[in-house]
Every structure is written in structure tokens, then in C-alpha cells.
Design a protein around this ligand. Structure first.
Ligand SMILES: Cc1cc2nc3c(=O)[nH]c(=O)nc-3n(C[C@H](O)[C@H](O)[C@H](O)COP(=O)(O)OP(=O)(O)OC[C@H]3O[C@@H](n4cnc5c(N)ncnc54)[C@H](O)[C@@H]3O)c2cc1C
Length: 535
């Protein structure tokens, strides 16, 4: 075993959350180390480099809000792609000299709490050992990729790739490609590769209720002007809206709007592109089926009008909604009709097995392929945390504790795991929001540690009662909504076989979440148990 390295705090993960946490811990004067499994900064954007990988948050909100950082940075597109976001992280690294506090290629495999010393011992895959008082898990919602257990997978003679481990500059020209999955990644991927490949077969379980992106190039001079007066307002705004975007839900009930008003509103949101039609329009679509039906009908008619082939119309935008509109994250697409593309509905003809030459569906057809691509997503939201063998006060791994459902207080920490917090994880707003909008909890964590140090508190841990109440509250809000109407949804954990089906993220919106975590502090860390240091 290698020598134990002592730090005040360890951060796990170097995406937006981990980087922001590092900045906060530095400010606090902590001796800190950030451990990252990958070879660079960027998290999601370090790993997801498949053709078409691109963010769905429009400029300028997909970046840190610190003026020192945004003043010298310019994205070139309204919805930046992965290469540019990687460049952004390189820029931030250079500006703040972050890498000096980061160990790359360091995957944390275990974290064990010692209640007598109030310290965590962390071990990496390579056998490095760290002992710390504070642990911040910034492992992301999509760091454990998922490939369903298809019969015959090992027999396939061609190449197999998951989108989140895409080989750099891999050329698909002239290849017969099969893609399983039409979530956001699948949609981004197929529209990018369709013009390049010889033939593309897409295996679809659920049509993606995609929205038009309306991508544009950004003007440098214009951005400079906007930074002076608009950016500060916009960065403030993103913490005030339900989803951390600049547009907000309209609280007027859909059916109280007149037909004219509604159509004009929908058209306006549609033309704006991005998520305006989804989370910038009537908010009751998440709770009222009749309101949802109206939104779906508008989406369906718009979408069907863009598709030439009648069979494709029914597969991609059926007359009856496959699930309530908006309860799954829509993709943003830039092109719809593609030549040389076949779409297999795996509800009608499920994948029977993978053969040496392709995929055989239940109708006996063998779809011949050179390359098989899994756009099958991730063990979302919880997978990053449960992949680490985390043992708290009672020695029980968190993975076991969460078998029957996630338990957290405020989406920040869990009972029996003292001094351990997470950001942008289970039961926080996470992917119900724009990513960088919800990482303000790193400041909450830094303030909490400051409070503990100033008041000689050696550990802080959620009480079981507070955690049960928080977790129940989440499920209650969810039960009032339509999220359960989607059969296979990573929002609910139902994309993974055997995973407990429940709402995994806080569905009450960013401002309500911010209020909940602030109220706890204002009431003297209500819901947390604080242990006084003995010495
Ligand atoms: C494919 C994809 C597309 C997305 N698109 C959008 C979008 O368009 N808009 C949006 O707002 N959000 C999007 N998201 C969510 C996105 O993750 C957030 O916006 C944001 O990047 C979250 O940052 P993070 O730091 O919390 O996590 P991440 O960026 O996921 O970073 C987590 C890091 O932790 C590391 N890690 C995990 N486990 C360990 C371990 N055991 N040891 C060491 N390191 C570890 C990982 O390697 C990773 O680098 C997307 C997510 C995915 C997966």
C-alpha cells in the first residue's frame, strides 16, 4: 500500500462541479486535491466526444458566472459543441492554474469513514491512498455508461462503441452503421453521421420528441458589448428560473389561454428554438394531461410536416403521444430528414440477438452492420456515486443503502455518511436544470465547512428524519406530475434493468431548491447533526 497522503479535502471529479468546488476550497484556504478518472478537465465534455456532441443550453449560460472568467472567453456558437467546451476548460485551467491541484487518471474506488478520527480514507484504482476530513463528490450524473445485456454481443465481428467512449477522429465513411438508442445523444449522433455513412439503421424504442435547435454563429463584437451590461443580469437570472435557463415556465394554465393566444405563444417559442417550447412555455404540461395533450399536438403537427415518408411520420411523431410531452429530456436537432436511413421500431420488432454480422430482430431480419454503436446512455444520476464503495458510520456501502431508493437530505448528503457532500447529483435539481446553474451548492458546501471549522465541529451529517422527509417530499411532488408516464426514462431510473423506479432529481425548480438549502442554514443547519470536536 502506498503512503497515505493527508489533505483537508478531496474532490472527486473535474467537470463544472469539481472545478467550481476547487475554486471555493482554495478560497477557504483548504489543503485540497481533486481526483479525476479522466486525463483532463471537462467531465461530461472530456468523455463525450462523439460526432454531434453539443450542449443544449444557449450562450452565455453554459459557463462559470465569474466575470474574470467570462470577460476573456467567447464561444463561437449559440449551442457550443464538445471541442469548444473542452477548449473552454483548457482556458479556465490556464487562467486559474487548476491542474496543479488535480491528479488525472485517478479513479476513486473506495471511501471509508472512521468515526473515531472523523476522517475519510480514499483509495484509487492505482492504489493511492488519501486521508481527509471533507469529501466532495462531483462525479456527475452520467459517468457510468450503460450497455444493455444483449444476447450474442460478443459474437459481433465488426467494431462496437458506446458514444461516451468515442475513438477520436474515427471515420465512419462508407460504413454500415447500426445505432441503438434515440435519446439526446442518439439523435445528435445520427443526424451528424447520416450524411457520411453508407447506410444507417437506427433502433428506436421511444421516439425522441426533439425540438428545433436554431443554431447560430455568435458575433465576437456583439458578445463583447453584451458582456458589459447583459451577462451579469443573465447569470443572476439563471438562478431565478425553474430550470436555470434564461427563459422560465409560464404559470398561466394552458387551457386558460385563448386559442389565438396559445398558438401565438407556441409559435413564438418554436421559432426561438432550443428549450423555449419545453421549459419556456406553459408549466402545467408537467402536471395536467389535458394541457400536455395540447402541447404534444402542436409538436406532432409541426414535426410531421417536416417528414416526407408517411411511415416515418408515424414512427417519429405518432398521432398519439408515446409519453407525456416533456417528461423526458428532448433533444435539440438541426436536420430531420436523412437519406439512406432505416428506422427500426424495437417495440414492434425487438432485438432478438446480436449476430457476427449485425442485429437480428424478432421478425427474423438480420440488419447487416460494420459498426455497432450504443447510444444507450448511462446509469444516470446515481451511477457515479454508487460505483464507489462508500462506507459510512455503520460500514454499509451506499450502493446497498440505495437499492430500494435514494435517500438524501437536500440532495447534498446522506445520513451515516458524515462530511460527505455531492454536487449536481441525486435529489438535487441536476439535469432538470442547466448544468452550471446548479453548481452553486459548491458554495453552500464551502460555507458549511467554514462554519464547522469556526465552531470546532468535527463532523456534520444529515439526520435520518430530515433525509426521510426530503426524499418523501420529492416522491410526493413527482406523484403529482406526469413523469411516470414515460416507460423508459433515465429521469426515473427506468432505463436501467433492475434499478428502482423513482424520481431521481428534485422536481421543484432551482429557486425552491436554493431556498430549501439556504433555509436549513438560516435555521442553524436544521436537519443536520453536528458533532463538537473533542480537542
Ligand atoms: C452526454 C451528456 C450530455 C449532456 N448535455 C447537457 C446539456 O446539453 N446541457 C446541460 O445543462 N447539461 C448537460 N449534461 C449534464 C452535464 O453533465 C452537466 O451540464 C455538467 O457537465 C455537470 O458537471 P459535473 O461536474 O457535475 O459532472 P461531469 O461533467 O459529469 O463530471 C464528472 C467527472 O467525475 C469523474 N468521476 C466520476 N467518478 C469518478 C471516480 N470514481 N473517480 C474519479 N473521477 C470520477 C468523471 O470522470 C467526470 O470527469 C449532459 C450530460 C451528458 C452525460
Amino acid at each position: 500500500m502506498s503512503e497515505v497522503q493527508e489533505f483537508d479535502a478531496i474532490i472527486v471529479g473535474a467537470g463544472f462541479a469539481g472545478v467550481h468546488q476547487l475554486i471555493q476550497f482554495r478560497k477557504l484556504g483548504l489543503k485540497v486535491r481533486l481526483l479525476e478518472a479522466g486525463g483532463g478537465l471537462g467531465g461530461t465534455w472530456y468523455w463525450n466526444t462523439y460526432p454531434g456532441a453539443r450542449v443544449d443550453s444557449e450562450n452565455p449560460i453554459y459557463q462559470f458566472s465569474d466575470p474574470e472568467l467570462y470577460k476573456d472567453w467567447n464561444y463561437t456558437e449559440k449551442f457550443p459543441g464538445w471541442r469548444e467546451i473542452q477548449q473552454y476548460f483548457e482556458y479556465v485551467d490556464k487562467k486559474l492554474d487548476l491542474s496543479r491541484d488535480v491528479s488525472y487518471n485517478s479513479r476513486v474506488v473506495s471511501a471509508v469513514w472512521d468515526d473515531t478520527t472523523d476522517r475519510w480514507t480514499l483509495t484509487t484504482e492505482a492504489g493511492d491512498v488519501y486521508r481527509v476530513q471533507w469529501l466532495s463528490l462531483c462525479t456527475g450524473i452520467g459517468s457510468k455508461y450503460y450497455i444493455p445485456p444483449y444476447k450474442g454481443l460478443d459474437s459481433f465481428k465488426g467494431e462496437v462503441h458506446h458514444t461516451s467512449r468515442w475513438p477520436t477522429d474515427y471515420d465512419l465513411k462508407g460504413k454500415k452503421v447500426g445505432v441503438i438508442g434515440t435519446g439526446s445523444t442518439g439523435v445528435q449522433f445520427i443526424q451528424e453521421i447520416a450524411p457520411v455513412v453508407e447506410h444507417l439503421t437506427v433502433f428506436q424504442r421511444t421516439p425522441n420528441l426533439s425540438l428545433p435547435m436554431k443554431q447560430t454563429k455568435l458575433d465576437l463584437e456583439e458578445q463583447k458589448k453584451l458582456k458589459e451590461y447583459l451577462y451579469p443580469i443573465q447569470f443572476g437570472r439563471r438562478n431565478q428560473t425553474f430550470s436555470g435557463y434564461l427563459h422560465d415556465l409560464d404559470m398561466k394554465p394552458t387551457l386558460e389561454a385563448t386559442l389565438e393566444e396559445r398558438v401565438l405563444n407556441y409559435e413564438d417559442k418554436w421559432e426561438k428554438g432550443g428549450f423555449h417550447f419545453w421549459i419556456g412555455s406553459y408549466g402545467d404540461i408537467f402536471f395536467k394531461q389535458d394541457a400536455n395533450d395540447v402541447a404534444y399536438a402542436f409538436w406532432r403537427d409541426k414535426t410531421r410536416a417536416r417528414i416526407n415518408d408517411p411511415e416515418m411520420k408515424d414512427k417519429l411523431a405518432p398521432m398519439k403521444s408515446p409519453h407525456p410531452f416533456g417528461v423526458k429530456r428532448p433533444s435539440l436537432e438541426q436536420v430531420y430528414n436523412q437519406p439512406n436511413v432505416a428506422l427500426v421500431d424495437v417495440n414492434k420488432t425487438p432485438i432478438a440477438e446480436i449476430t457476427p454480422d449485425g442485429i437480428k430482430t424478432s421478425d427474423g431480419i438480420e440488419h447487416k452492420l460494420d459498426v455497432l454503436v450504443f447510444a444507450t446512455g448511462f446509469d444516470m444520476v446515481t451511477g457515479g456515486i454508487t460505483s464507489i464503495d462508500i462506507r459510512g458510520q455503520d460500514g454499509v456501502p451506499i450502493k446497498e443503502k440505495w437499492v430500494n431508493g435514494v435517500r438524501s437530505y437536500l440532495g447534498l448528503g446522506s445520513a451515516t455518511y458524515p462530511n460527505m457532500f455531492w454536487i449536481y447529483g441525486p435529489q438535487s435539481p441536476a439535469a432538470f436544470s442547466n448544468g452550471p446553474s446548479t453548481i452553486f451548492t459548491s458554495e453552500w458546501i464551502a460555507d458549511c465547512i467554514k462554519h464547522c471549522r469556526e465552531n470546532k465541529i468535527s463532523h456534520i451529517v444529515p439526520s435520518k428524519e430530515a433525509q426521510d422527509a426530503w426524499s418523501e417530499q420529492l416522491q410526493q411532488i413527482a406523484s403529482m406530475g406526469l413523469w411516470m408516464g414515460a416507460k423508459h426514462s433515465w429521469y426515473m431510473g427506468s432505463n436501467i434493468e433492475g434499478k428502482k423506479v423513482e424520481i431521481l432529481q428534485f422536481p421543484g425548480g432551482v429557486p425552491a431548491y436554493y431556498k430549501a438549502i439556504s433555509d436549513s442554514v438560516a435555521k442553524g443547519y436544521e436537519g443536520w447533526t453536528l458533532k463538537q470536536a473533542t480537542a
